[in-house]
Design a binder for this molecule. Sequence first.
Ligand SMILES: *Cc1c(COP(=O)(O)O)cnc(C)c1O
Length: 367
Amino acid sequence: MPSFSRQLVAQINLAALRHNLDRVRQCVQGAQIMAVVKADAYGHGLLRVLPALGGAEGLAVMELPAAVALREQRYTRRLLLLEGFFSEEELKEISHHRIAIVVHQREQVAVLEKARLKRSLEIFLKINTGMNRLGVSPDETAELCERLNACSSVAALRLMTHLGQAETAAGAEAPLAIFKEACQGLPYPRSIANSAGVLRYGDVGGDVVRPGLMLYGVSPLPEQTAASLDLQPVMSLRSELIAVREVEAGQYVGYGEVFRTARPTRIGVVACGYADGYPVTARNGTPVRVAGKEAPLAGRVSMDMLTVDITDIPEARIGSPVLLWGDGLPVEEVAHWAGVIPYQLLCGVTSRVRFVTTEVGRVDFEL
Ligand SMILES: *Cc1c(COP(=O)(O)O)cnc(C)c1O
């Protein structure tokens, strides 16, 4: 009997996350791993995924409240704030909770020099090597290191950069050379690589790597699938068909004149829409899986529903399981069809979606 409650869930597979963390370890060998869990662990739920991150030496977040929440969960390893601090007032709390910070501009150095903290801080001085977002310029690195070193608020110094183009084969060569030169003669540990950097430059990624995306089982490299990199998707967005209808040839489906049937067509209606985080920009033909088979998106995504062509899946009926992305349908593919990046889809699943955590395999959906 079909169930009539809305069956949309984001299934979070912690075994896959552990596996992906092991993959990072294989790539970087000696380096420490600081797992990037900003934006609520890329939309997976920070405290939900925490049990699977025991293999990392530390965690990196953007948000101070997230770091504090981790300390309250008795997380005792290194925590790093990726954008550092925004005001002097935050420094006390940062210091109290033993949180490391990124320092990326002179103004922050000046504040640190004035600050009187009970416990001094671990600092990652971020150098701009060509991304031109955050970071001090390479030629002021030595001077700022000297000042930070002399500062009573600073316990330990690290050097860091972020690669804006590590996903392309040649994109990181110039930044890596700039970083190397800026750091010459400075005796501090280094942190360079994100996921793309870990996969491409495992040997030069630095003493502390900062992978995010690959932990969640998504390929950061355009020419390689997650499967070919032996990464397993952590989030699977699953739903069900809530209605099925036969539509004659030449009819429109959904809002506007986006999809018109070319033949007598069986349309399946899926309980998932843009208010759940499915991209409204997904085009006709975007792959969706119904009862284990590919069913192309047919028509514009609605707020609460989307429609798929199930003509070639005669066994599909009300209650048939639907996979929007995840284990069996890479989120990269859906993102590509929607003209967005996979990061955005993972981070964009809304609070209306029920999250379930599993250790292995998949949630059992009855056919
Ligand atoms: C987000 C972020 C990362 C992780 O990047 P991925 O591409 O997700 O691996 C690493 N370092 C910094 C500074 C970041 O902001």
